[in-house]
Design a protein around this ligand. Structure first.
Ligand code: ZN
Ligand code: ZN
Length: 163
């Protein structure tokens, strides 16, 4: 065990944590803590970036958003004086972090069907799974997929949430 591992650059994602779906399922722009914030909507594993067809500008935007999002996520995880504020930013469709994500999602969607993973604090007291889209208030519908993972989507906003 390398006691300095947290002070070294991150290791490459192990192959077992990379999506192997061969039927080109939709992808998800997701607030994961990995370098690559693109995951598979079916198996939920990280998507190999070599399989994506993004231009340089889009790659830049995704990387910028990942870092931007990370700031709020860290403040929320930190559970200190910024926790409530950060959670509000992550939950509010009008916040910059979510607005930017929805714009990037739309751009990704031109080349491949893509959802944006909506932040929910499902460990908080009194949490109920979302019934309405947090962005447009339409009814969320259950998303069928080959692994039967429990997710719901808004078909208008292309938002996906855990159920
Ligand atoms: Zn997959
Ligand atoms: Zn919606």
């Amino acid at each position: 065990m390398d006691k300095y591992s947290k002070l070294r650059p991150p290791k490459q994602t192990p192959d077992s944590e990379i999506c192997k779906c061969s039927d080109t399922p939709p992808i998800v722009l997701q607030s994961s803590l990995s370098y690559n914030p693109i995951s598979c909507a079916d198996c939920n594993l990280e998507v190999d970036v070599n399989s994506l067809d993004f231009n340089n500008m889009l790659i830049e935007k995704i990387a910028d958003w990942r870092d931007f999002h990370f700031c709020f996520f860290k403040l929320w995880l930190d559970s200190g004086e910024f926790e409530i504020w950060a959670k509000e930013q992550l939950s509010n469709p009008e916040s910059s972090v979510n607005k930017r994500a929805l714009i990037i999602r739309e751009e990704i969607g031109i080349t491949r069907e893509c959802f944006y993973w909506w932040f929910i604090d499902n460990l908080s007291a009194g949490y109920n799974s979302l019934v309405k889209c947090p962005n447009c208030s339409n009814d969320l519908i259950r998303r069928k997929n080959k692994f039967n993972t429990d997710t719901k989507i808004c078909e208008d906003c292309n938002i996906i949430v855990a159920d």
